[in-house]
Design a protein around this ligand. Structure first.
Ligand SMILES: [Fe+2]
Length: 291
């Protein structure tokens, strides 16, 4: 079976749907599952955006697509329905840029650890610590990051996963990455608690996001770990105002593809990624034009 993994989306949910369908079409495969590693940008309204989301969202219109998905126009709904004819809904964990309170309310109302967050059912949030079978694999989900405060790992979820039998999970999906995977402005990035969990749990595969760049494979005993890049980089570098991604196109290294039969994982670097672009992506046009 084939599973696609998506890096941080930060609101660009139409780019993600377009890229997943295009991936399946170009490879001539059926995706059995699509999993997103958090920072989907799941906020119920722009007023609920956190400070960083508001800052980046102001210069990157596509980061507001999540709100368009929550109140879809007929045209947008048509595009999403077309996509969902060819790919399964995304499963996603919490990143550090979501409205955790809103998501908890959706789970409470649904009385389920997995709940759709949009009216068309394109994205389904998975609670921290949940374990379920996806594409024939036992997959454990742990959102958020090692950081004191509201975005910190859920203690109960972390402890529960840590207590599992080593090897009892095939795939571990997290937002944060293992400690020492990279450094930024002299600071070592990654979570020591996550490294401890990976070393104890020993999933065959670990997938993460958060640091916005491709990183891996890294090996931790029986585990191979990959980090995914940011799906759509910002138009402008906020630090020096240089143009970085003016077409708002999908970035190579932000999507991974797993073949569960062979255990092969590859970062997608295909040229068509550049065709998934735009500040106001019309998904219906993209999917009918490229058929
Ligand atoms: Fe992020």
């Amino acid at each position: 079976m084939k599973v696609a993994f998506f890096g941080d989306v930060h609101g660009c949910v139409l780019h993600a749907l377009g890229a997943a369908v295009t991936l399946a079409r170009h490879r001539g495969i059926q995706l059995d599952a699509v999993i997103q590693v958090g920072d989907l940008g799941a906020f119920p309204s722009p007023e609920r955006w956190d400070e960083a989301s508001r800052r980046f969202g102001a210069d990157n219109p596509a980061q507001s697509d999540f709100f368009r998905l929550l109140a879809p126009s007929p045209r947008l709904a048509e595009g999403v329905r077309l996509a969902l004819r060819e790919i399964p809904p995304f499963l996603f964990v919490s990143g550090n840029h979501e409205d955790h309170q809103w998501l908890a309310g959706l789970h409470h109302a649904a009385d389920s650890p997995v709940t759709p967050v949009d009216p068309l059912g394109a994205y389904r949030h998975v609670t921290c610590g949940h374990i379920t079978e996806v594409a024939g694999q036992r997959v454990a989900f742990l959102g958020k990051i090692e950081w004191p405060g509201s975005m910190d790992f859920d203690d109960d979820a972390y402890t529960r996963l840590l207590a599992l039998e080593p090897g009892s999970v095939d795939i571990l999906v997290t937002h944060d990455g293992p400690y020492g995977m990279s450094s930024w402005r002299g600071t070592t990035q990654g979570s020591r608690k996550l490294t401890e969990l990976i070393e104890r749990l020993q999933p065959r595969l670990h997938i993460s996001g958060h640091y916005h760049h491709q990183n891996g494979p890294r090996h931790y005993g029986a585990t191979t770990s990959y980090a995914l890049g940011l799906l759509v980089g910002p138009k402008v570098n906020i630090r020096d105002s240089t143009s970085v991604n003016p077409r708002q196109q999908v970035t190579p290294g932000s999507i991974g593809l797993l073949d569960t039969r062979t255990d092969e994982f590859e970062y997608v670097h295909d040229p068509w990624l550049a065709d998934i672009h735009g500040e106001h992506l019309d998904l219906a046009t993209l999917l009918t034009a490229t058929q």
